[in-house]
Design a binder for this molecule. Structure first.
Ligand SMILES: *Cc1c(COP(=O)(O)O)cnc(C)c1O
Length: 436
């Protein structure tokens, strides 16, 4: 062991268990740390996503033979010549030095996420917002202009409406359904197009390929927040996007027990984001990496169950006399159903519906027994919330109406419970609800 420490502390003895992981880094300098894997990752990437979800990135501990990535609960790493050289020569991202810079627990889950998204490289963050703020700022030069969706997650809305202008950036907002308007909003100094693959709460589906074409023609980069669709719904990088961000808090972890984020793209772009991760400090704790990696292993089965349950619940709701409107991209009645069929392999677990009024929606929530009244989404348990007093509470009723959020709007994140139990819970509460 002392020999190892004198040489390169990143070099793990390979006598036990599978060879190759940390010790192969030097040879894998191109394209860098995202490419590590417990076996050569390239053949794994040719396998089905359910298989990648289980195996990619996971690291069987060579010193004990333990199956699965150990939790590297450390803030720092022993410095050797190689580490000093890495700092000096500018490849510190490829060596373990300090956990804000990189940690084996982060690298393992980054590799799994990159394999699922079909990305060259990934960086995990302490939250979705940490990933979004670091990634967006990494893509902008002084005085840059951004074209963004007029329907953004609340945290992103605040970043774009308050923080970016105060830093001298300008933002134009356009409907994600209007590609001509996106094109028209582009200026000579436009550096970034920013959209969400599926919007909240109306579940509008965005045509990523069409946006990528606008980006290509204008020399701007396209960043997609794919939280609502997951890599099992669509992989925006394959459709021409330059970068993808996710709140891993939602489907990717899937158990409502941690907050995390990820940014994915080429090694070159992630090398631009990494200094912002260091500067803004939103690094993901090793224990949270372990939980996220564990959650990801079941992503494929969970997403299948979310989609199945959501479709059944949406079909039930759309036939219920007390429900005025139901929105689910997997339903033929959804305005983007054809686009969803063309571009999404999984339409996810989010369903929105309208009862007669916000007051009636509040009465509905009080009569549910199984569904939890909570914000957030993508967990194994069904969550229900009302946009008017949660995600869109800062908007006036008129602003909500302009976005298409009508009174009585209810948002469901359908979990993986048996859909019949969810339907029974909803049916009883809808029937017991007072008149509007
Ligand atoms: C939740 C969410 C975020 C923010 O993620 P955090 O992990 O809460 O920081 C960003 N975008 C979308 C679409 C989200 O749903």
């Amino acid at each position: 062991m002392s020999d190892t420490i004198k040489g390169d502390p990143s070099v793990v003895p390979t006598g036990v268990g599978r060879a190759g992981w940390v010790d192969q880094l030097a040879r894998r300098r191109q394209p860098g740390p995202s490419r590590i894997g417990h076996v050569n990752d390239a053949p794994l990437r040719a396998l089905h996503e359910a298989t990648r979800a289980v195996h990619s990135g996971s690291f069987d501990d060579p010193s004990t033979g333990a199956v699965g990535t150990p939790i590297y609960q450390t803030s720092t790493f022993i410095l050797g010549e190689e580490q000093y050289r890495a700092v000096e020569e500018g490849y510190a991202r490829d060596r373990f030095i300090y956990t804000r810079y990189g940690n084996p627990s982060q690298w393992a889950v980054q590799e799994k996420l990159a394999a699922l998204e079909g990305a060259e490289s990934a960086l995990v963050f302490a939250s979705g917002m940490a990933a979004i703020s670091a990634s967006v700022l990494a893509m902008l030069d002084k005085g840059a202009h951004i074209v963004a969706s007029d329907e953004l997650y609340g945290g992103t809305y605040n970043l774009f409406h308050h923080d970016l202008p105060s830093l001298g950036f300008t933002v134009s907002y356009v409907s994600p359904r209007d590609i001509a308007a996106v094109q028209a909003a582009v200026r000579p100094n436009t550096m970034l197009l920013y959209f969400e693959a599926m919007t909240n709460p109306l579940l509008k589906v965005v045509d990523v390929a069409a946006l990528a074409e606008v980006a290509r023609g204008s020399g701007a980069r396209l960043m997609i927040d794919a939280t609502f669709v997951t890599p099992l719904g669509c992989r925006p990088l394959e459709l021409g996007a330059d970068m993808v961000v996710h709140s891993c808090t939602k489907y990717l972890n899937g158990h409502s027990d941690l907050v995390a984020g990820v940014a994915l793209g080429s090694r070159k772009l992630m090398d631009m984001v990494w200094p912002r991760l260091l500067a803004f400090g939103g690094c993901l704790d090793p224990h949270a990496c372990f939980l996220l990696e564990r959650g990801l292993k079941t992503l494929a089965v969970r997403m299948r169950a979310h989609q199945e349950g959501a479709l059944k619940v949406a079909e039930f709701l759309s036939g219920h006399p007390r429900v005025r409107k139901t929105l689910y991209p997997g339903l033929a009645s959804h305005p983007d159903h054809q686009l969803a069929r063309r571009t999404l392999r999984n339409t996810g677990g989010m369903v929105s519906f309208n009862v007669a009024s916000d007051a009636q929606a509040l009465a509905l929530l009080q009569r549910l027994h199984l569904m939890r009244e909570a914000t957030s989404l993508g967990g194994v348990e069904t969550l229900i919330s009302l946009p008017f007093n949660t995600s869109h509470a800062a908007f006036t009723a008129a602003q909500r109406a302009r976005l298409g959020i009508e009174p009585g709007c209810v948002r469901l994140s359908v979990g993986i419970e048996h859909p019949d139990d969810l339907i029974a819970d909803l049916d009883a509460a809808l029937t017991a609800m007072p008149e509007a």
